[in-house]
Every structure is written in structure tokens, then in C-alpha cells.
Design a binder for this molecule. Structure first.
Ligand code: SAM
Length: 266
């Protein structure tokens, strides 16, 4: 078991690895670049490594935290003018309560608990229209998958589905030694900027998700096999897509073309 930090024993089940490297903390705060009065929410404030400088910069911060002990500390440390604490699971949190008052300007940030990072990204995608920008710390391997291009090993469902909703960029790596306790893997900071409504050109997103899931479900198989029942040979010909190719060769635009082709006409 690792030693306590600030009298708190890190809880594994809540993915608790606390940032302790002041240089990295400064770099993350600079990347977030929050301005006074900007609406901003931090997911998983923990012991407050990012919370304190974010409150200093923004004046007020919303936080979503699941650990009651950490919530009690935050309540002691900060006034209601400085912080609004939303107690509970970020996966179930209705971010609409924040986006509805933010006029598309909400910033979302966090050193995310790695055990829930993928479902949390998909949960947040539902609120993208009200968000200006998201800056997260994630496992580097997950960030690599998010920003991967076709034919790269890391390219797959996660990347395609998030790239449909967001412009994304990896900013910098963070080594395990920047945390207590140190995780086993390297982390990275990633920025997500929601795409404008005019860029979201898929008529049926649920169908897009179904097609992408099928195409990457069995990576070694050809599209003719993985998309059986969704797209027939005539469809492949019309779209100019080789049915003998594999899913990993298709771009996001190709997947959107397939979905729009298969979608029931409006
Ligand atoms: N932000 C702090 C830092 O950088 O030192 C803590 C980061 S730690 C990796 C993840 C934080 O998310 C912890 O405070 C943990 O209690 C919280 N957390 C874990 N699961 C959560 C969930 N489902 N909803 C909200 N917060 C959660």
C-alpha cells in the first residue's frame, strides 16, 4: 500500500493518482488558459492540485467528485463563491445543468480516473454542443487511440467516434513520477474542441456507431464480412469502397458516407 498524501490514502477503485509535480501542474493550467469569469467544471478535483489554480484564475469553479472524504475537504477549504460542488458519479452527472447557462462557452477539465475515462468521454460527447473546449489527462495509450489516423495501429472505434464529434490534439506526455501514487503507465494531456453543427454531416449517428463497431469488431476480417447485412456488393460499388479491404483503412469520411448511404431517407 502506498503512503498517505495530505493524510488521505489514495483509493484505487476511484482511480486516485494525485498530481504532485508543480511544473506539470503549471503546464496543464497554462494549457487550460481559463479567463476570469469563464464557466468551467473540473471532473475529479481530488486533493485540489488543479482546483486551487483554476479557482485563482477563473474566480469560480464547478467540480464533480465521487469521494465523500475529498468532498468534505473541499467544503472546508473553499467558500460557496469560489466553488460549487456536485457530489456523485460524473458518468451520471447531467452536464446539461451547466451547459444550459453557459451559452456554448463551458470549459471541461480534469485529470480523469482512468477506469472510467472511455465511458466518460462518450457521456460528455452528448453535451458537446454546449461546450467550448475540454482538456483532459488520460492514459497516453487512450490519447493515442483518440487521435489515430487510418492505417495506424491505434486507429479504431474510439478514435472514429470521437473524431466525428471533436477536433482533438495531444498536447504533451506526463510521466508516472508526476503523480502519487505513481501509475504504471505514462499519461498525456489531450484537448477536444466540439465540431460545429455544420461539420456533423452524418444523418444517423446510431447507425454510424453500429457500422464502426462492426467494422472494427473483427479487425482481421474484410469489410465484406464485417458489414454483412449492412452493405452489399452493389453498395460497395456505388460508394467506390473496396469490400476486400479492412475497417482500419477507412477514413471517418468513408464511414459517414456508408452510414448516410444506408440510412433510411428522411
Ligand atoms: N484532480 C486530482 C489531481 O490531479 O491530483 C485528482 C485526480 S485522480 C486521477 C481522479 C479523481 O476523480 C479523484 O479525485 C477521484 O475520487 C475522482 N473520481 C473517480 N471516479 C469518479 C467518478 N465516477 N465521478 C467523479 N469523480 C470521480
Amino acid at each position: 500500500m502506498s503512503r498517505p498524501i495530505d493524510g488521505h490514502l489514495a483509493r484505487k477503485r476511484f482511480g486516485q493518482n494525485f498530481l504532485v509535480d508543480q511544473n506539470i501542474i503549471r503546464k496543464i493550467i497554462a494549457a487550460i488558459a481559463v479567463k476570469p469569469g469563464e464557466p468551467i467544471v473540473e471532473i475529479g478535483p481530488g486533493l485540489g492540485a488543479l482546483t486551487a489554480p483554476l479557482i485563482n484564475a477563473a474566480g469560480h469553479l464547478h467540480v464533480v467528485e465521487i469521494d465523500r472524504d475529498l468532498i468534505a475537504r473541499l467544503k472546508e477549504k473553499y467558500s460557496a463563491e469560489q466553488i460549487t460542488i456536485h457530489e456523485g458519479d460524473a458518468l451520471k452527472f447531467d452536464f446539461g445543468t451547466l451547459t444550459q447557462n453557459a451559452a456554448g462557452a463551458l470549459k471541461v477539465v480534469g485529470n480523469l480516473p482512468y477506469n472510467i475515462s472511455t465511458p466518460l468521454l462518450f457521456h460528455l460527447a452528448d453535451y458537446a454542443a454546449g461546450v467550448k473546449e475540454m482538456t483532459f489527462m488520460l492514459q497516453r495509450e487512450v490519447v493515442d487511440r483518440m487521435v489515430a489516423d487510418p492505417d495506424e495501429e491505434a486507429y479504431g472505434r474510439l478514435g472514429v467516434m470521437l473524431q466525428y464529434r471533436f477536433h482533438m490534439a495531444k498536447l504533451f506526455d506526463v510521466p508516472p513520477g508526476a503523480f502519487h501514487p505513481a501509475p504504471k503507465v505514462t499519461s498525456a494531456i489531450v484537448r477536444l474542441i466540439p465540431k460545429a453543427a455544420s461539420e456533423l454531416d452524418c444523418r444517423d449517428e446510431a447507425l454510424l456507431a453500429k457500422i464502426v463497431t462492426a467494422a472494427f469488431g473483427q479487425r482481421r476480417k474484410t469489410l465484406r464480412n464485417t458489414l454483412k447485412g449492412i452493405l452489399d456488393d452493389a453498395g460497395f460499388t456505388t460508394l467506390g469502397i473496396n469490400p476486400g479491404a479492412r475497417g482500419e483503412t477507412l477514413s471517418l469520411a468513408d464511414f459517414v458516407r456508408i452510414a448516410n448511404f444506408c440510412a433510411v431517407p428522411a
